[in-house]
Design a binder for this molecule. Structure first.
Ligand SMILES: [Zn+2]
Length: 147
C-alpha cells in the first residue's frame, strides 16, 4: 500500500539530524511504517500536507524511556485527502498552535517537539495512517510514506 498524497518532511530540513524508521522498539505491528525525525527539543513541527486538524492533545508534561508513558504523548492528527491522516507525537507541553477543525497548509507550524510520551531521545514521531475503525488509539493502520 502506498500513499495518494504528497507529504513533505514535517520539520525544517536545516534542523533535521537524521530520519530513523527502524530503531524505535515501538515501530512494530500497526506502527511498522512510522518514521522518527531526530531533531532537538523545541524544533517546529510542520503540517506534512494540506488538511484539517482532527485531534489535538498538548496537556501532558511527562515522558521517558518506558512503555508506561505511552498514553502521555502529546499529539496532533490531521485529515488529508483519500482517507489518509498524519499523526505527530511527543509534542511539547502546551505547544499546539492549531485547534480541531482548523484548516492547515503543508509547511505550516502546528507545534513544537518535546519529550512527552514513550521516548528515549528528542525526536518527532510521524506516521501516515488510515482508520480501520473509530478509536484513534487502536483502530488504524500505518502506510509507507516516501519523501
Ligand atoms: Zn516513533
Amino acid at each position: 500500500m502506498s500513499t495518494y498524497n504528497k507529504y513533505i518532511i514535517p520539520v525544517p530540513q536545516g534542523i533535521l539530524q537524521r530520519i530513523d524508521r527502524t530503531s524505535s522498539p515501538a515501530h512494530t505491528g500497526k506502527l511498522r511504517n512510522a518514521v522518527d525525525f531526530i531533531v532537538p527539543q523545541n524544533t517546529p513541527v510542520l503540517a506534512s500536507a494540506d488538511g484539517i486538524v482532527t485531534f489535538v492533545k498538548d496537556d501532558s508534561n511527562v515522558g521517558g524511556p518506558a512503555p508506561s508513558y505511552w498514553h502521555s504523548s502529546n499529539f496532533i492528527s490531521i485529515m488529508h485527502s483519500y482517507g489518509e491522516y498524519t499523526r505527530y507525537d511527543h509534542l511539547a507541553y502546551r505547544s499546539s498552535k492549531v485547534s480541531v477543525g482548523q484548516q492547515v497548509r503543508a509547511g505550516q507550524e502546528i507545534a513544537r517537539v518535546g519529550m512527552t510520551g514513550y521516548t528515549y531521545t528528542p525526536h518527532l514521531h510521524f506516521q501516515v495512517f488510515v482508520f480501520t475503525g473509530y478509536n484513534i488509539w487502536s483502530d488504524f493502520d500505518t502506510i509507507e510514506v516516501k519523501f
